[in-house]
Design a protein around this ligand. Structure first.
Ligand SMILES: Nc1nc2c(c(=O)[nH]1)N[C@H]1C(S)=C(S)[C@@H](COP(=O)(O)O)O[C@H]1N2
Ligand SMILES: [Mo]
Length: 415
């Protein structure tokens, strides 16, 4: 690479294996990562995450922070979070730690055989932030969701043990993103008709797990998706990106697993042949008895899921009506219908959708429930999208615990 102007300060490469894909034990009891050097003292503790992670908003998982669904409701039951999750409450999924990048020195560098003149990594096509902001802007509303979201339910509901971050359902958030379409930047950089794959690479530290250095986080994106709706975002919820969410520039790939949405993008290779990285060969593919012998295709679209804005084990009063709130989403289409059961899945009632339902974003809903008798109950929510995808009773096992899309049993106690 020509002059490392991006000056990323990153954590050492021996950060804990918080990876959805690592073959090691869940990160909860791993030694803490070192802080990013050079100014991350404003927060972060041992997680490598810069922003504060108050326990009422987040569950800490090593280098990652899960959003608590119950925190979307205020104590009086009113909404604490609208369609978009405020940046300070947004979940964080880092393979290593948040790098601090000087936006003035930063450049986006594009190179490869899929660009006119096949610029090399040493003599790339460059954009600075002002150059990107000068291109036509696009605003979208979209969720980013980790492929491992819901992973712990393989264990809790199906008795299957899987390694990696034990997310419940809080590895997701919706935000308003503003930026420039990746298509726009690729064309400005001289995209040819021969291009096949696009490889954005993050400026965070190399991902090292079990003594293997996998290099920086990077994952090839087929050119068709790159040209369709991928966004190079410089703003989140109306303000410049913050360090934890990819400042100064991140990819947002609507509908796809979160790993596609590379943060802290420094380079983009554009190739006239298929590209590979551990993130589309070893990680983020399905392995196991129900998948092809060599593993499934690299994961793309997310599954349908639903969550209640309610603490697990919440206590509710008998003999009165409670308004239960939740959200549902799908990587394939907008949510069409949500049903809720309070009797173990025997009977289902339609929930009312609020605020519309849009592709790439979650739909908010509510349903009233009046439990007459004290006791323990399990609430279930099940969504169906406009393509007819719904949530099964059981998720298909895969070794790394990706894409748990089955209906989740949410325990509550009525007193
Ligand atoms: N460079 C880089 N990009 C990355 C990651 C990372 O560790 N490094 N994590 C990915 C994963 S697995 C997810 S789920 C999303 C999480 O985005 P967020 O931290 O803004 O919520 O970022 C993706 N982009
Ligand atoms: Mo992820």
């Amino acid at each position: 690479m020509s002059g490392n102007a991006a000056s990323a300060s990153a954590v050492p490469a021996d950060a804990p294996a918080g990876s959805a894909a690592s073959g090691s034990a869940p990160p909860a009891d791993l030694p803490p990562a070192d802080l990013p050097s050079g100014g991350a003292a404003s927060g972060g503790g041992s997680s490598g995450i810069v922003k504060p992670l108050p326990a009422e908003w987040f569950v800490a998982h090593g280098t990652n922070a899960e959003m608590r669904w119950e925190a979307l409701r205020a104590a009086d039951g009113s909404a604490a979070v609208g369609r978009h999750v405020p940046v300070e409450r947004f979940f964080v999924r880092n393979h290593t730690g948040t790098p601090l990048i000087d936006p003035g020195a930063w450049r986006l560098r594009l190179y490869g055989s899929g660009l006119r003149g096949a610029p090399t990594a040493e003599r790339p096509v460059e954009f600075d932030l002002a150059g990107l902001r000068a291109l036509p802007e696009t605003r979208i509303s979209a969720v980013i969701e980790c492929a491992g979201n819901g992973r712990d339910y393989f264990r809790r509901q199906q008795g299957q043990s899987v390694p990696g971050t034990p997310w419940t359902l809080g590895g997701i958030g919706s935000a308003a993103w503003r930026g420039v379409r990746l298509a726009e930047v690729l064309r400005a950089a001289g995209l040819t008709g021969e291009a096949v794959d696009v490889l954005p690479t993050g400026l965070d530290a190399n991902y090292v797990v079990d003594g293997v250095d996998h290099g920086p986080v990077r994952r090839p994106l087929p050119v068709a998706k790159a040209l369709d709706d991928a966004l190079l975002a410089y703003e989140m919820n109306g303000a410049p990106l913050t360090p934890d969410h990819g400042a100064p520039l991140r990819l947002v790939v609507p509908g796809w697993v979160g790993i596609a949405s590379i943060k802290w993008v420094g380079t983009i290779e554009v190739a006239d042949h298929p590209l590979h990285s551990p993130w589309n060969t070893d990680f983020y593919r399905m392995f196991g008895p129900d998948h092809p012998p060599g593993g499934g295709e690299p994961l793309t679209a997310q599954v349908v899921r639903s969550a209640f804005e309610l603490a697990p084990g919440a206590v509710l009063e008998a003999g009165r009506s409670h308004r239960l709130h939740g959200r549902s989403w799908s990587g394939a289409a907008a949510v069409r219908r949500v049903e809720v059961s309070s009797d173990g899945g025997r009977t289902w009632r339609r929930a009312a959708l609020h605020g519309g339902s849009h592709a790439d974003d979650w739909a908010r809903w509510s349903v009233d429930w009046r439990p007459e008798r004290p006791g323990r109950y399990e609430l279930r929510a099940r969504a169906t999208d406009r393509r007819g995808n719904s949530q099964p009773e059981r998720a298909v096992f895969n070794r790394e615990g990706y894409l748990f899309g089955a209906v989740v049993a949410h325990p509550v106690t009525v007193v």
